[in-house]
Each structure stands twice: as C-alpha cells, then as structure tokens.
Ligand binder design. Structure first.
Ligand SMILES: NC(=O)C1=CN([C@@H]2O[C@H](COP(=O)(O)OP(=O)(O)OC[C@H]3O[C@@H](n4cnc5c(N)ncnc54)[C@H](OP(=O)(O)O)[C@@H]3O)[C@@H](O)[C@H]2O)C=CC1
Ligand SMILES: O=C(O)C1=N[C@H](C(=O)O)C[C@H](O)C1
Length: 240
C-alpha cells in the first residue's frame, strides 16, 4: 500500500514506523513547512492518505485530498463542527473517507461498553454522570475527540442527558467533562455514575500511542478496498 502521511508529528512518525514494518511504502510526508505539496498527492501515486495534523489545518487538508480523489482517513480531532461539509464533499466526489476520534481497538470496545451502560443508567434517576479525560500537555483541543464520542454515546442512549459541558456539573441532565493535562499521558478516559450511596466507573487507559498507530494501519489496509463514508465500527464488524 502507498500511504501519504499528512502531519508528521508524534502520530505521523509512529504511523510511519508501523506502516514500514508491515511492508507499506510512504509516498509523501506533508508537514507544516511543505504543506502546499499536498496538491501533488493523487490516486496515481497514493492508495490512501492519513491525516494527523492539528485542529486548525485538518479541514483544509481533508477537503484538498478528497477534491483530488484521494482516499482519506483522518484522526485529527477538534474540527468536527465541519464534519457534515466533508461528508457532503465525499458524497459529491464519489470519494472515500473515514474519521475516527480514536483508532485503538480497545477504545472502540469501550465505546460499546459506554453505550450499553448509558442505556442501563437511563432507567435510574439517582446517578449523576461525569467524565474525566487526561492527556499530555501538548494537546491542542479540549475536550478530547474521544470524550466527545463518549458523550454522544451517552446522549444517544440516555435521553435525560440533554447536553455536555467542558467543566464539572452537578446537574443530572448535563454531562460534565473534565479535561486534565499532565506530562506524557497518551490518553485516559473515565466515565463515572455517582449516586449518594454508590459509584460505577469505567476507564480506558492507553499506555502507549502505538496503540492508535497500529489501529490506523489495520483500518487503512481495510479502507483501501472500500468506497464511501466509512466508520471504524464497520471495520470492526467485518473482522473475522
Ligand atoms: N484518532 C486518534 O486515534 C488519535 C488522534 N490524535 C489527534 O491527532 C492530531 C495530531 O496528534 P499528534 O501527532 O500527537 O500532534 P503533533 O503536534 O505531534 O503533530 C502534528 C503535526 O502536524 C503538523 N502540521 C501543522 N500544520 C500542518 C498542516 N497545515 N499540514 C500538515 N501538517 C501540519 C505539525 O507541524 P508543526 O509542528 O511544524 O506545527 C506537526 O508536525 C491531534 O488532533 C490529536 O488529537 C492523536 C492520537 C490518536
Ligand atoms: O491528542 C492525543 O494525543 C489524542 N487525541 C485523541 C482524542 O482527542 O481523543 C485520541 C487519543 O486520546 C490521543
């Protein structure tokens, strides 16, 4: 597989390492200082582009790639207010696009556990939900993309949770998401339901960001043979 890497920071480098180990070629490496070279990427030289840059550049990078008919996967968080525009462009151009807030297989199982628990908790009135996400101090966005996916999973399954806020909340109908930044933490997410008499808590801890990069390459190997707007859940459901 010929992979173009868009964004060559912590994730771009980790993805490159795993891609090469699995026998893939890197067709382009695009970073801040050569970002206009993104226009050179085409289906003639690249099977899939993988975008891990920063919240302020992801939308432009993704739309450039899709406009040039390049299959695109994105992991950058913090730009999702424009997701519908990307979806519309992908449909208009008969393209292929996949965004996941978290490429760890374990986190994606955790998403399912979170949704199951939220449905159960929707029947109990005493419990106040809360979330804490902890990441390294270089992280640019808050709350994390993973925390937003978890919050959406809770809202979908517990209609009494009307919204989320990026601070603590004592209100049963408002999910408080607390973001903490600590040195060298790859990503920790905890969902808690607290009542006066008991607490239920589920946690996912990433020990190394390689877990995201490995997921990215496995999903990319699948996505190169697919078309349309894809999801990581679809990928996981197709694993034997
Ligand atoms: N979905 C998932 O599973 C995961 C998602 N992430 C997300 O991925 C993103 C990147 O994370 P990470 O690698 O840790 O961040 P880094 O800051 O380490 O790397 C980002 C890189 O993007 C470069 N960049 C800046 N502007 C552009 C541009 N216009 N075009 C191309 N590259 C550009 C930066 O260059 P410079 O340094 O010169 O500015 C930097 O090298 C974040 O949004 C993070 O939240 C992270 C881990 C897992
Ligand atoms: O910035 C990071 O590092 C991470 N970002 C993603 C997010 O915002 O959820 C995924 C992972 O938690 C690491």
């Amino acid at each position: 597989m010929r992979i173009a890497l868009i964004g060559y920071g912590k994730m771009g480098k980790s993805i490159e390492q795993i891609a090469r180990t699995r026998g893939h070629q890197i067709s382009y490496i695009i970073d801040q200082d050569n970002h206009s070279d993104i226009q050179k990427i085409s289906p003639d030289n690249t099977d899939i582009a993988i975008e891990f840059s920063q919240p302020s550049s992801a939308f432009d990078n993704i739309t450039t790639l899709l406009s040039n008919k390049v299959k695109t996967m994105a992991g950058t968080t913090g730009w999702l207010d424009r997701y519908d525009e990307v979806k519309a462009l992908c449909t208009r151009t008969n393209g292929t696009f996949l965004y996941a807030s978290n490429y760890s297989v374990g986190v994606n199982l955790f998403f399912e556990l979170n949704e199951w628990l939220a449905k159960k908790m929707s029947q109990l009135e005493d419990f106040v939900p809360e979330m804490v996400e902890i990441h390294h101090t270089e992280k640019k966005d808050a709350p994390s993309g993973t925390a937003i996916t978890l919050a959406e999973g809770i809202q979908k399954n517990d209609p009494s949770v009307k919204k989320w806020v990026n601070e603590s909340s004592e209100d049963h109908h408002t999910l408080g998401i607390i973001s903490k930044r600590e040195a060298n933490v790859p990503g920790t997410h905890t969902v808690t339901y607290r009542s006066p008499l008991e607490t239920i808590e589920i946690t996912h801890v990433a020990h190394d960001r390689k877990v995201f990069a490995e997921g990215v390459i496995k999903v990319a190997e699948w996505a190169t043979n697919q078309t349309g707007i894809l999801s990581i859940r679809e990928f996981l459901n197709n694993q034997s």
